[in-house]
Design a protein. Sequence first.
Length: 277
Amino acid sequence: DAKQNGRNCYKFFTQEIAETIKQRQKIENGLRSSLENHQFTLAFMPIFNCDNDDIVAIEALLRCKAPELEGIGPDQFIPVAESTGLIKEIDLWVLEHALQRLVVLQQQHNFTGKMCINISGVELHNENFPPLVKRLLETHKVNPCSVELEVTETALVAGDKTCLETLNALNELGVSLALDDFGTGYTAFSQLIHYPADCLKIDRSFVSDLFSEKEPRSKMVLIIQNLAELYGLRVIAEGVETEEQLNYLKRHGCDWAQGYFLSRPLLWDDLIKRLAE
Ligand code: C2E
Ligand code: MG
Ligand code: MG
Ligand code: MG
C-alpha cells in the first residue's frame, strides 16, 4: 500500500544518502593519506597548435596512486577536496610540481611552450592565492608568461569583488588565464570584458556534439570561436577525438587543440619521448 511504499522509498533514500556519505568519507581519507604519503602524481596532456601541429603547451592533470582512490579521478575527488578544505594543500602541491617540471622541460628538453595548471575556483575567493603564486614563480625562477592558470567558467561569480580582484592580481603577475569548460557556465557574454582572461577553452561536450546529429548545440563551437575573436582571446578546443572534429576546428580558426585524437594524458617519461619526436 501507499504507506508501505512511502516507507520503502524513505528507506531507499536514506540508504542512498548513507552510501554517498560513506563514499565521500572514503575519498576524504584517501586524499589525506595521499598528501601524507606523497601519492599524488601529474599526468601531462600536450596541447597542439592548429596551424603547424607543434606542441605549444602542456596541461598538468592530477592523478592519485592511493589504493583507496583507485578508479577515482579528479572530477570526483576535487569536489571533495574543495568541500573539506584539503584543496588548498592540493593546489599548492600541483603548482609546485608543475613548475618544477616546467623548469626541467625548459632547461633539458628545449620546451618553449606553456605549462597549463588547473586551479580550484575556491582560490578565487582566497586573497592569499596571488601572493602565493608570485612566491612560487620566484622560488622556481619561472617566467610568468610560460604559465597559464585554468579556472572553470562555473567558478566565476558575476559581480563578486574578491573573485575579480584575485583574477586581476594573477593577471598582474604576468601569468595567462584560461576559462576552462567554457560554455557550461553562466557568464553573460557582456561580462567577459570584465575578466582579464587570455584564453577560452571550449568544453569537450561541444566538440563531441559537432557531428553527432542529436544536438543542434554544435553551433556552440562557432559561437565561442566568434566570441573569442571579438574579444581578442585565444581558443583551445578540448576533447578532440576524431580527425573530422580537428579539421572542422582548424577550418574555423581555432588556435590550439587537445584531445585523445592528438594525445592522451602522458606519464612524464612518455611526455619526454613525445617531445623528442
Ligand atoms: P579539465 O581541466 O577540463 O581537463 C580535461 C579533462 O578531460 C581531463 O580529465 C582529460 O583527461 C579529459 N580529456 C581530455 N581530452 C579528452 C578527450 O578527447 N576525450 C575524453 N573523453 N576526455 C578527454 P581529468 O584528468 O580526469 O580531469 C578532470 C577535471 O578535474 C579537469 O577538467 C579539471 O577540472 C580537474 N582537475 C584535473 N587536475 C586538476 C588539478 O591539478 N587541480 C585542480 N584544481 N583541478 C584539476
Ligand atoms: Mg583544464
Ligand atoms: Mg575542461
Ligand atoms: Mg572539466
